[in-house]
Design a protein around this ligand. Sequence first.
Ligand SMILES: NC(=O)c1ccc[n+]([C@@H]2O[C@H](COP(=O)([O-])OP(=O)(O)OC[C@H]3O[C@@H](n4cnc5c(N)ncnc54)[C@H](OP(=O)(O)O)[C@@H]3O)[C@@H](O)[C@H]2O)c1
Length: 361
Amino acid sequence: MTRITSLIVRKDDLSQRKLTTHDAPPLAPGEALAKVDRFAFTANNVTYGVVGERIGYWKFFPTAEDGWGIIPVWGFADIVESNAPDVRVGERLYGYWPMASHLVLSPAKVKETRLTDGAAHRAELPPVYNAYARVSNDADYDPSMDDERMTLHPLYATSYCLYDFSKDNGWFGATQAIIPSASSKTAIGVAYAFRADPQSPRIVGVTSLRNAAAVRALGLYDDVIVYDDMDSRIDAAAPALIIDMSGSGPVIGRLHKLLGDNMRYTSNVGITHYDAGGMGVDFIRERSAMFFAPGHIQKRAADWGPGVFERKAFEFWRDSALKSREWLAIRRETGADAVERAFADVYGGCTAANAAWVVGF
Ligand SMILES: NC(=O)c1ccc[n+]([C@@H]2O[C@H](COP(=O)([O-])OP(=O)(O)OC[C@H]3O[C@@H](n4cnc5c(N)ncnc54)[C@H](OP(=O)(O)O)[C@@H]3O)[C@@H](O)[C@H]2O)c1
């Protein structure tokens, strides 16, 4: 009998976590059991928990315990049992998994290189999260990039969405793009994309003092400013687009006050400053909007046909991931303790800007 181990967290207090185990249920006809091999853990995953109730991230992998949930992660898994006719034991999948050792899938829409988890409770959730790449059948699959795919693909695909969205909107008339939490990988991906386009506005990274040297060393931003120096260093005379990864009320409030009418648009992308939420009185709500990458991908599928945007984003990820090997240190560890350690380290803001965790049970 297979035992499934999961790391579950209190939905209303992510500092409360525990490991649980239970027997894998017998597979029903049409189901398959995937053993999660490894997954990445970054601030993005913590944010899934922070906004879990609002955006529905707790619904992907429900737990039996009231008030507790499982945070989703991006990674690879191998099929170890199968009652699904077209899914064979030994095949490898890339996609969205629970922080757990295993997941029972109900494969649906099975194509040569993709399948969907057709579990009833996932039917209403964004399709991007329910699709799995059948990498064993993909001639372009390069296992030597597994760690970068888990760590950077979900983030750099979002960066590419943000670039595409900004360009599609004429950069909102801005001559500078200001990016708070500039040391986050999603922000760095935006910097790669903007820098590669000569038409894009200049990019100004805003970060904490402890991460400023690492961000400057990337050589990607036209300027790097620490949060405490924003008042004196931000050019308030130049029209600005803000692509915000921080979700910090104080930071965004100060920027909006400083820029006034020159704050042309703010894309609220992330919440890396988990404890500093709640936009204050200076927040210019009418020119700000939440950015949701799966929504942009669905829009582009409607504009350009299915798969076109994903292919562009995939190429962007691969090129940028290869460049990122110059600075990114992947910390790979195995075991339930390692999973808990990765969570605690990222949640506590202790993971260095040039590092990322890849772990497995
Ligand atoms: N809307 C979407 O569709 C979408 C998609 C993908 C990602 N995102 C969001 O983008 C954000 C970045 O994710 P990521 O995985 O790229 O991040 P990451 O690489 O793990 O970066 C973490 C950065 O966040 C800041 N930080 C981390 N912990 C902190 C703490 N406890 N207190 C204060 N600052 C802290 C630091 O940046 P600084 O020192 O530079 O502030 C740190 O370098 C996340 O909030 C994620 O959810 C959104």
